[in-house]
Structure formats: C-alpha cells, structure tokens
Design a protein around this ligand. Sequence first.
Ligand code: PMP
Ligand code: GLN
Length: 401
Amino acid sequence: MRYAAAVHPGDPYIKASLRAFGETIFAEMSALAVRTGAINLGQGFPDTDGPSEVAEAAINAIRNGHNQYPPGPGILPLRQAVAQHQLDFYNLVYDPGTEVLITAGATEAIAASLLALCEPGDEVITFEPYYDSYAATIAMAQAKRRVITLRPPAPGNGGGDYTFDPQDLRNAVGPRTKAILLNSPHNPTGKVFTNEELQLVADLCIEHDLIAVTDEVYEHLVFSGTHIPLATLDGMRERTIVISSAGKTFSFTGWKIGWICAPPALLNAARTAKQFLTYVNGAPFQHAIVTALGLGPDYYRGFHDDMAAKRTLLCTGLEEAGFPTFWPAGTYFVTTDIRPFGTNDGKAFCLGLPEACGVVAVPNVVFYDNEEAGSHLIRFTFCKQDHVLNGAIERLKTLRQ
Ligand code: PMP
Ligand code: GLN
C-alpha cells in the first residue's frame, strides 16, 4: 500500500508508522482528474444525488433546528431505523438502545472498532486488495495486518469471482490474532463472499475466539450471488461488529452517516473510542437517513437495477476497448487487466491515463502488500451517469490505436 507519488518519506512530523500512507489514492486521483479535466472513474462517488425526498428531509431538519450535537450514540429514530433494516433484510435482531451506534461513516466505525479492540502488537487479518483505510487504521491502532490474497478469476461475464486459498486463511491465524476484518461485497474486486467462505471465517473466529469486523457498505449492490452478513452464521452474532453506511446505499457519500450493530459489550468498546474521535456528527443528516431507511423495497430495487445496467454498460465497453474485465459480483467497481496494453505497471498506467485518453482510474496495487499480485490490475467505478460512462468508453477505445 505504498503509493510512491503519495509517500512523504522526508516529512519530519509524520510518525514512522504513518509515514508510508501519504495521501489517499482517492484524493490523489480525483485531484488528477480535476487538474487534467479527465473523466473521473477513479474515486467511488456517484455523480448524481440520492432521492430528493431524502435531501428535503435534511433541509427540513436544518430548518427545524436539528443543528446541535445529537446524542452520543446517534438519534434514537435512526438507531431504530438501522435495527429495523437489519431485521427486515437479514432477520438479525438488534436493540436500538444498546446494540446500535451511529458513526461518521463506515470509516469511523472501522477506526473506532479497531482502536478499541487492539492492543499494540495484536494482529488483524484481512483480504488483499484491501480498502485503503484498513491498513492505516490498523497501523494507528498499533496492530499488525496479516493479509490473504484474493486471486482474480477468468475474465469476462460469467468468469467467476475472485478466490483465496482457505489454507492461507487458516495459516494466518496465530496467538496474537485479535480480529478478522472482512469486507463483502468487496472493494475493489467486487467479490461477494460465498456461504462456504464465510463459514470458514466463522469457524476460525469461533475456534480461536476472534472478533469479526464486517464492512458491508455495498450490501445492497449484489449482481450475482447473495449478500450474507457473517453475523447471520451460527455463533457469529455475538462476536461480530457489523458496519455499514448510508453513503453508498443512498448516494449521499458526503454526508458521512454510518453505523455499527453489535452486542452490547462490543458496541460499548467501539463507542468508547468513537466518543473521542468525533463524539458525534451530522445531526440534520441523521434525521434525513431515517427518511432514507424508510423508503421501502422499491428504492433498493431501483438503485440495484440502475447500477446493474451501468455495470453491464461499463464492463462491455471496457471489453470492447481491449481490457480483460473481471465482471464484479457486487459493489460499483470493476477491475481490469492492463497487460494487453504492453505494461503491467498499473501505477504508471493510471498516472498516464489522463494524458493518454482523458480518463482516471485507480491502480489496485496500492491496496496490496504483495504488489506482484496486483500490479497489473486497475479499477474503474460505474456509479456515473450513462453519458459519462459512454464518454469514458469512447476515450478508452482510442488507447489501442
Ligand atoms: N469501506 C469500503 C469498502 C468503502 O469502499 C468505503 C468507501 N465508501 C468505506 C468503507 C467508507 O465509507 P464511508 O464513506 O461511509 O466512511
Ligand atoms: N470508497 C471510495 C472508493 O473506494 C472512496 C472513499 C474515499 O475517498 N475515502 O473509491
């Protein structure tokens, strides 16, 4: 996860454990898009807002005076709405009083959980490529990451999903392992972990008394397979910190309203850390997300179907442009192989892409410890308007000329 252009090795003020992280790849690549005027298919944020009634609810909340600190755990109606969501979709029962916490996005939820759980030297197991905040947060918690590499399937629609060697996961568990941090649906690969894979994670957690921290921010974007929360597996609810966020599901990524569902002792641990990170955030947006979570099944279906069509549009276009494309089972990201373009250096490829054809993508290598496994892979997002995706595809098709 060392992105050369973003590392500040000489900066005297950054402590050693954070020095390798520099600027996040998303900020770096979005700035590149702005600077060059390129079409930004790098950072995952939609270019249209979520439902207007949800935006109106935020405006009304401001007008109605919901502008001071909300209660520490989040406003009760939102905690109730989150608990209802878990019940409706997964038959998971959480008490809004003691088992739900509202956070500043999933990012803070992950940070609060790991900061609360880990003693210095504890180990956190996660899968690579990993979402960029994981490595930095594990480092801030003075813990160590142990990564399991996900390997791409055959390219093409129906090529299958990224996989891992179960033995790699078993071997990663040791005396200092504290937690398994699992992201499914997975960014950037789009992998949706299968029941069998989740059962292996669950078995290891139970056998070795580990905590599972699950990042489920793309829970409503699954195109093939099913999203199964790890907490629904036998024996897992009591040892799982479930994390999600309104940003992706309702297309308001800038509002930063996320949540944790966990049994009281685990929730209390995360809450203890969270109090001193942000204390609270986003009072009017918390009210608006109550409205969002009340939208009903048609909303989720519409959001899913819209993204499914964009997935087909972009994946087909990338294939026509000559990229071997790993059609994602979930999320709004797709990864591709750049080797047909005569290079396996994804970093250099992405840095040159705006000039080569006016498009921004993200090099997956920054999400790997094992750089060789990810150097030839790059990620595009399809959470953009169709004309933007079509424009990017036309530009990418010029690359082969
Ligand atoms: N986890 C994953 C896998 C993500 O892709 C993101 C980016 N949205 C986050 C967590 C952070 O979510 P939030 O914006 O709610 O902090
Ligand atoms: N989750 C978004 C992505 O993967 C980016 C969010 C961020 O910039 N932190 O592109």
